[in-house]
Design a protein around this ligand. Structure first.
Ligand code: FES
Length: 99
C-alpha cells in the first residue's frame, strides 16, 4: 500500500500507518533509508514512532530500549523483537508491504 511521499516523513522522524488492528511506524533515517516496524516496543508496548531515531535505530520513548530498525530487535542486554514489515521507496512514494 502507498503510505505517503518520502518528503512527507521528516528525516529522523516517523509516520504512523493504521492498519487493521495494528499501527505501523514508518521511519525515515538521516540517510533517507525507510524502515517499517509495528509501533509497539517489545518491552511494554511503547510507541516507537515517538522515539528518537539515530543511525538505523530508535530509542523507545518510555524506558529507553534501543530497537534496531533493520532487524526489529532490541539491543543487548535487552531482549525482544518487534515485527518488521517490508517497505520501499518507489520514485518518491513510500510503499508498505502488509504481510
Ligand atoms: S516500553 Fe519501550 S522501553 Fe519500555
Amino acid at each position: 500500500m502507498k503510505v505517503c511521499r518520502l518528503d512527507e516523513i521528516p528525516q529522523l522522524g516517523a509516520r504512523v500507518v493504521e492498519t487493521a488492528g495494528v499501527d505501523i511506524a514508518v521511519f525515515r533515517t538521516g540517510d533517507d533509508a525507510v524502515f517499517a516496524v509495528e509501533d509497539r516496543c517489545p518491552h511494554k508496548g511503547g510507541p516507537l514512532s515517538q522515539g528518537i531515531v539515530f543511525g538505523h535505530s530508535v530509542t523507545c520513548p518510555l524506558h529507553g530500549w534501543i530497537i534496531g530498525l533493520e532487524t526489529g530487535e532490541a539491543c543487548a542486554p535487552d531482549q525482544g523483537c518487534t515485527r518488521r514489515l517490508p517497505v520501499r521507496v518507489d520514485g518518491d512514494e513510500v510503499m508498505l508491504g502488509l504481510a
